[in-house]
Ligand binder design. Structure first.
Ligand SMILES: [Zn+2]
Length: 349
């Protein structure tokens, strides 16, 4: 296991975060009738059409919500619907040229191959709803303490290019937007907006996110990933832990437990964005690690409890997960919502 820290002078913390502080720039279409339940953010347009036989499991997004409803983990009244994120908001991370070309379809073949997706209007719409979903989850989390999207975690996208199934970096856009937003009168606990910790436990390093925030002390990036997995050329997060192929539950969990509390206590974020990628699972097509369902559940439970116990709001995204058995994969992705529901109930949120 390799651990590398990127040292940074962190700003001092002056005020406790508050769940009541919220800037609802991305109104939900429906305010939940069941205000007691865990907020789950979902949009039917998180999906788009792909050519037959495409290897990305696009069908997982609606199935995540479907299995949560079927198993009565959440009710329809708990579902919040995001809006399409504007180009202007995307520009807080991505270059104007990249956003303009992506939205209008001026994307070269080579660039499309690098992202893994053929360009389509549906793809653009999907990415904009997905990013809107992560933003809404963060805003609802700031108000309610916790919220979980049924998509998100496109952490390989850089300001001027997409990569590895990621076109728009939803985590980065959300973190930057919340920091920059001037429409949040009660938001700023330090000069320059909220402090955001991005906990990225997808098996692939969050290279785009790490690059975007490398010189931004208000956003701390923490990534635990497979040493030999994509991307080959890794960026420097504030804290990177790379794990060898075949890592199992116990070592994985002890790695999370070793680092997360210290990061929370030293950085003291106003919000945690949690990428709960399920591709460290032993049956994942791309993962190379050996976590079980129980291991993922324990991981998510630990992260959520550790953050919530400190009074810090947390928003979750599902991150990566790859399997030709899309139903099985969707259940795997729903682990984080199940763990969040348990924490929500146990903590009386
Ligand atoms: Zn991944």
């Amino acid at each position: 296991m390799k651990i590398s820290y990127m040292r940074r002078v962190l700003p001092s913390f002056s005020k406790k975060p508050t769940f009541a502080s919220t800037c609802r720039a991305f109104h939900a279409e429906k305010v939940s009738a069941d205000s007691r339940g865990l907020p789950v953010v979902h949009h039917s347009r998180y999906v788009c059409d792909l050519p037959p036989g495409h290897r990305f499991p696009m069908g997982k997004f609606p199935r995540v919500l479907h299995c949560l409803l079927k198993d009565q983990i959440v009710s329809e009244q708990q579902v919040w619907t995001p809006e399409l994120v504007s180009e202007e908001v995307l520009n807080c991370v991505h270059t104007t040229e990249y956003v303009k070309n992506f939205v209008s379809g001026k994307v070269e073949e080579k660039a499309q191959r690098r992202t893994g997706f053929p360009w389509s209007k549906g793809l653009v719409r999907r990415c904009r709803y997905e990013t809107g979903g992560t933003l809404l989850a963060a805003e609802v989390a700031l108000e309610r303490g916790m919220a979980c999207s049924t998509a998100g975690g496109t952490h390989h996208a850089f300001p001027d290019r997409g990569s590895g199934f990621c076109l728009i970096n939803d985590l980065a856009v959300t973190a930057r937007y919340l920091r920059n937003s001037s429409s949040c009168p009660s938001s700023s606990s330090i000069a320059g907006g909220r402090k955001v910790l991005i906990v990225d436990l997808d098996v692939h390093q969050g290279d785009g996110t790490a690059f975007i925030f490398k010189d931004e002390p208000g956003v701390l990036t923490f990534s635990i990933h497979g040493e030999k997995n994509f991307p080959l050329h890794k960026q420097r997060s504030d804290l990177d832990v790379s794990l060898p192929d075949g890592t199992e539950d116990r070592q994985y969990l002890s790695t999370v437990e070793e680092h997360l509390p210290g990061l929370l206590d030293s950085f003291r974020p106003d919000l945690v964005l949690y990428d709960a990628g399920v591709d460290p699972h032993t049956e994942d097509d791309l993962g190379r690690l050996r976590l079980t369902d129980a291991g993922l559940y324990q991981r998510d439970l630990y992260v959520l409890k550790t953050v919530v116990a400190r009074g810090i709001p947390i928003a979750t995204v599902i991150g990566g997960g790859y399997s030709s058995d899309v139903d099985k994969l969707a259940v795997r992705h729903s682990i984080v919502h199940r763990a969040a529901t348990q924490v929500w109930k146990e903590c009386g949120m």
